[in-house]
Design a protein around this ligand. Structure first.
Ligand SMILES: *Cc1c(COP(=O)(O)O)cnc(C)c1O
Length: 372
């Protein structure tokens, strides 16, 4: 059984994006940084298992995810390359780290103690990445206080430092001074601690912005999925990986003065024709799309009107001839070759005042992903 609303995930586009990013960074053998491909949150809604396999085929050498549970899903799908876990592990069940050979981030004193104790109990040495907080003030050891914690970590018989990293808070705000400050703080902290391990710092926005922070590896997420973080531009030839399509299930006439949907928010001033699309907020389509967003039907942009409800939305197709049940509806993706015949996650995010990461990550579990 296949619902009308389906997400198509173009794995060839994903692989092409991976290679294009690698090319941009200086090629596989060109001395560019390594790529840690970020597949957290079910690969930004695209489906972690298939995405990870496709990236492995395309030559990825390391993946990153948010927590141990995500790492286990990746391993069970057959991924053999190293998998870095970003999250704080202080209160996690750590068994999965060892059973599935995941690489933890140590970013807090309590995580350090927990991972060290768990590795000691098993009598093993656990490789980890050290996270340094240079201004995000979320996870990581403070750049100006590394000396307090580091000796215990470096002297542990059961922990082995494999890399050091930081994360930028303002890489997508071009004029923000913190970006440069974080770079200086990170470099100074690594130097003064005498760390001689690979370093990484750049998410998608940062790697577009400044080649000085590519270091030994970069950590793109969004770019892999073919989305450039706003407001930045990029010359990397990227292709959107996800499209979301549905079908018209009913067409309804509205007489002047009649309204459609919960709250009767859209009132027809002239006779209108409304198409019902079986996709709603349970599928991750934001209620704010009402009156702001459009979909493509028969190659034309038509407005989303009335309340977006749990399982459906309504669009005004009065300007189109003879729309029928079964007609294709494109919510994300292309329906024709003209530039306006494409809707991407960045545009949808802009309509409702959010970020493209949220658009793809929120795509509901009810929506089947078709891989092509
Ligand atoms: C999510 C994440 C990334 C990837 O970010 P994008 O903006 O999607 O490229 C990189 N590093 C860390 C620590 C992250 O949490």
């Amino acid at each position: 059984m296949i619902r009308s609303t389906v997400a198509r995930v173009d794995l060839a586009a994903l692989q092409s994006n991976f290679r294009a990013i690698r090319e941009f960074l200086g090629g596989p053998e060109g001395g560019g940084p390594a790529i840690i491909a970020v597949v957290k949150a079910n690969a930004y809604g695209h489906g972690a298992e298939r995405v990870a396999q496709a990236l492995e085929q395309a030559g990825a050498t390391m993946l990153a995810c948010a927590d141990i549970e995500e790492g286990i899903v990746l391993r069970r799908s057959g991924v053999t390359m190293p998998i870095l876990v970003f999250g704080a592990l202080s209160v996690s069940d750590l068994d999965g780290l060892f059973e599935y050979a995941l690489t933890p981030t140590i970013s807090t004193p309590s995580a350090a103690r927990a991972v060290q104790a768990a590795a000691a109990r098993r009598g093993i040495v656990c490789g980890y990445h050290l996270k340094i907080d240079t201004g995000m003030n979320r996870l990581g050891f403070r750049f100006d206080n590394l000396g307090r914690m580091l000796p215990a970590l470096l002297n542990s018989d059961h922990l082995r430092l494999e890399a050091a990293y930081t994360h930028f808070a303002t890489a997508d705000i071009p004029e923000h001074p913190l970006f440069g400050e974080q770079r200086s703080r990170f470099e100074a902290a690594v130097a003064s601690a005498g760390l001689r391990v690979p370093c990484h710092a750049a998410n998608s926005a940062a790697l577009l912005r400044d080649a000085r922070i590519w270091y030994d590896a970069v950590r793109p997420g969004l770019l892999l999925y073919g989305i450039v973080p706003p407001p930045l531009a990029s010359t990397i030839p990227l292709r959107p990986v996800m499209s979301l399509t549905s079908r018209v299930v009913a067409v309804k006439g509205l007489r002047p003065g009649e309204a459609v949907g919960y709250g009767s928010r859209y009132v027809a001033d002239t006779p209108r024709s409304i198409a019902v699309v079986p996709a709603g907020y349970a599928d991750g389509l934001d209620t704010r799309l009402s009156g702001r967003g459009v979909v493509l039907i028969r190659g034309r942009r038509v407005p989303i009107v009335g309340a977006v409800s749990m399982d459906m939305m309504t669009v005004d197709v009065s300007e189109l001839e003879d729309v029928q049940p079964g007609d294709e509806v494109v919510l994300l993706g292309r329906q024709g070759d003209e530039s306006w015949q494409q809707i991407d996650a960045r545009e949808m995010a802009a309509w409702i005042g959010t970020i493209p990461w949220e658009i793809v990550c929120r795509l509901g579990t009810r929506i089947e992903r078709h891989y092509e």
